[in-house]
Design a protein around this ligand. Structure first.
Ligand code: FAD
Ligand code: NAD
Length: 466
């Protein structure tokens, strides 16, 4: 259904959305579907980070990297191929075509529901007024969904380093790579470039990567990457980068020097709130560059909302789209609801990948007594291939008093696919007994989640606080 009714209060639009990424496009599309007159501005690329320089091109490159190991492993099963060689330009062409296709779909979806699209930077010039290119428009409600951008460290020579966006414009694969950062991007980019044939060193500040994930999973991730052949440098952060011809020499704070053809900084992202006119609109609910909102996603100006990465809560695409959808239903669909930030499943696409939902062992143990069930095994395929670094770890965190499953974690092949199903169980408060009564699918790794019978250990406070 396209927009049909006259916008209220004499404004040009019922809703104006700034930012055409995961959050903004979903909000605009659903609001327009509900009959609102919607305008949306995108300065750079429809579909935003996820489609253009995030989830999508990254996952295609992760998949590209998997073939090398599979081709090598095939020998153990009797396969022989010619000499393995990866052609970077072929991957780049295929990846960019898919990205362009998806980005085009996003734009057409918006036009299809009757939203007016603006391909330019948008800036607030008043509480209801937005400057879009050469035009000024007004809207009854405004949604800020401007996402974020990668951080650059303030160290000498930082300009010689790449940020995550740059991976998607490289004309050739760098031979020696230094990846700095122990978060999602650092690990994923390190693992995929290694899989495509680069010599990769991964440096991170803490003793383990992936802060916030279950400790045992963090340990297993570092072990898996090292076993796969990456050089891991824990406890390191960069202090200076100098150029020596084409070589980047990175001096770490410890004094250690690493040489590489390409250095990537994967040190987190900052919300895009500069040059947005927040002051002119009266938006002051800021914490540095982060826009703070209430439980309805409203800023201190009640008709101006901020959603997606710009509010820095859970910076994942399915969260951004869920929040945008719920907000559009609430404002224009006569269906008030909120997306839940509880039990959001997560994946880290390294080799082997990580899937996780709910509380880590440490978080759960801080709340009360918990039973921990774990299993570690070599997947059937790798009993044959003998490939190092592919052992799986699966783990359940269970409330010792109620038997409710509080968390499920896995590192191992297919874990993101498996974890989507486990997220249904955890998000809906299922018990361990209900998992146990579910019949497994044999032979799979996933069946381990329904066959772990004996607790590995009991941890946590002896009794919950009343
Ligand atoms: C390398 C990488 C890999 C990722 N992988 C995953 C993954 O596997 N799974 C996952 O769930 N998440 C992943 N993410 C995170 C995910 O991409 C973000 O959480 C998601 O894109 C956030 O959506 P958003 O709409 O808030 O912001 P964005 O998608 O960043 O969209 C914001 C848009 O607003 C535009 N904009 C900004 N300011 C203005 C302005 N003033 N006027 C007009 N337009 C403006 C920007 O150009 C941008 O297109 C990844 C991120 C990165 C960087
Ligand atoms: N698979 C996925 O779902 C996926 C993939 C990529 C990105 N993302 C999203 O994008 C966000 C951004 O990713 P990211 O990896 O850039 O951020 P991140 O917050 O996950 O990790 C940043 C890392 O950089 C470290 N760091 C920061 N400053 C440093 C310094 N000066 N020296 C050394 N280390 C430093 C931090 O300790 C942290 O480990 C993620 O938090 C996530 O929400 C998700």
């Amino acid at each position: 259904m396209s927009a049909s009714h006259t916008p209220s209060h004499g404004h040009d639009f019922d809703l104006f959305v700034i930012g055409g990424g995961s959050a903004g496009v979903r909000t605009a599309r659903i609001a327009a579907n509900h009959g609102a007159k919607v305008g949306i501005a995108e300065a750079r690329f429809w579909g935003g980070t996820c489609v253009n320089v995030g989830c999508v091109p990254k996952k295609l490159m992760v998949q590209a990297a998997e073939y090398g190991a599979w081709a090598e492993d095939g020998a153990a099963f009797g396969w022989s191929f010619g000499e393995a060689r990866h052609d970077w330009p072929t991957l780049v062409r295929a990846r960019d075509m898919e990205v362009a296709r998806l980005s085009g779909i996003y734009r057409r979806l918006l036009e299809g529901v009757g939203a007016e699209v603006f391909e330019c930077h948008a800036r607030l010039t008043g509480p209801h007024e937005i400057e879009v290119g050469a035009r000024k428009v007004t809207a009854e409600r405004i949604v800020i969904a401007t996402g974020g951008h990668p951080v650059r460290p303030e160290i000498p020579g930082a300009e010689h380093a790449f940020i995550s966006d740059d991976l998607f414009t490289l004309a050739e694969r760098p031979k020696r790579v230094l990846m700095v950062g122990g978060g999602y991007i650092g690990l994923e980019f390190a693992s995929l470039l290694h899989g495509l044939g680069s010599e990769v060193t991964l440096a991170y500040r803490q003793s383990l990567p992936l802060r916030g994930f279950d400790h045992e999973i963090r340990e297993a991730a570092a072990e898996a990457l090292a076993a796969d052949g990456l050089t891991i440098l824990p406890g390191e952060s960069p202090a200076e980068i100098t150029l020596d011809g084409e070589t980047r020499r990175v001096r770490m704070a410890s004094g250690k020097v690493v040489e590489a053809d390409a250095v990537f900084m994967a040190l987190g992202r900052v919300p895009n709130t500069g040059n947005l006119g927040l002051e002119a609109a009266g938006v002051t609910s800021l914490d540095g560059p982060v826009i703070r909102t209430d439980e309805n996603h409203a800023t201190n100006v009640p008709h101006i909302y901020a959603i997606g990465d710009v509010d820095d809560r859970v910076n994942l695409t399915p969260m951004a789209t869920a929040v945008g959808h719920a907000l559009a239903d609430t404002l224009f669909g006569n269906r008030p609801r909120r997306a839940s930030y509880e039990n959001v499943p997560k994946a880290v696409f390294i080799a082997p990948p990580i899937g996780s939902v709910g509380l880590s062992e440490e978080q759960a143990a801080a709340r009360g007594p918990v039973e921990i069930f774990t299993t570690r095994f070599t997947p059937m395929r790798h009993s044959i291939t003998r490939r190092e670094g592919r052992r799986a770890l699966m783990k359940l965190v269970v409330d010792a008093e109620t038997n409710v499953i509080l968390g499920a974690h896995m590192i191992g092949e297919d874990s993101p696919e498996i974890m989507q199903g486990m997220a249904v169980a955890v998000a809906n408060g299922l018990t361990k007994a209900q998992l146990d009564s579910t019949i497994g699918i044999h032979p799979t790794a996933a069946e381990e989640f329904v066959t772990m019978r004996v607790a590995t250990r009991h941890v946590g406070k002896a009794a919950k606080a009343a």
